[in-house]
Ligand binder design. Structure first.
Ligand SMILES: [Cu+2]
Length: 188
């Protein structure tokens, strides 16, 4: 009897863990189609599009367009402002279905380098933040991802209303708490 109960609970624990990892991944990484339904084209307003979202490291921008009609250049600020892509180009994409992972917390500048398109409005910048929401007293860059799993974060346990940010902030702690809860329930 005891053994059967053990494996039942283990199964529930495993399902919960997988489910939690799934939720955590959802919270951490998002995909954004640039321009939403209008996609990457000369008509859309990319300034307003770029201001609609808060981008975090790990998110992915997807540029969709007819190959050859547009392209995507990641550039430095000066190039973004001048629309002159003879210099200051960090990356080029032209497949028509370009996926750009935002790997750094920094300002990203994008433009289309087909003649006239950049000056016509096919450009935008976004400010990508660390996935872990920065708090006043901790620099996320100083937080080692392999810090002790039993160290509890400075933040209080998440409530449902602040679930989104705190999930991504302390997902390892969450998994730790869940594992702890599982063992606790096993031995009761
Ligand atoms: Cu274009």
């Amino acid at each position: 009897m005891r053994e059967g109960k053990f494996f039942n609970q283990l199964g529930i624990l495993l399902i919960l863990t997988v489910f939690t990892l799934f939720l955590v991944n959802k919270a951490i990484s998002k995909e954004y189609t640039v321009g939403d339904d209008e996609e990457w084209n000369s008509q859309a307003n990319f300034l307003s599009w770029s201001e609609k979202y808060n981008f975090t490291v790990g998110d992915v921008l997807v540029f969709k367009y007819v190959k050859g009609q547009h392209n995507v250049y990641e550039v430095v600020e000066g190039t973004f402002r001048s629309c002159d892509a003879n210099s200051g180009v960090l990356a080029k994409y032209e497949s028509g279905d370009d996926r750009v992972e935002l790997t750094e917390a920094k300002k990203y500048w994008f433009l289309c380098n087909i003649e006239g398109h950049c000056l016509g409005g096919m450009r935008f910048s976004i400010d990508v933040k660390q996935a872990s929401a920065p708090s006043d007293n901790t620099d996320p860059k100083n937080v080692s991802p392999s810090s002790q799993p039993h160290e509890f974060p400075a933040a209080p346990p998440p409530t449902s209303s602040s679930r989104g940010t705190l999930l991504s902030e302390s997902w390892k702690t969450w998994i730790c708490i869940m594992a702890f809860g599982m063992f606790f329930s096993l031995y009761n």
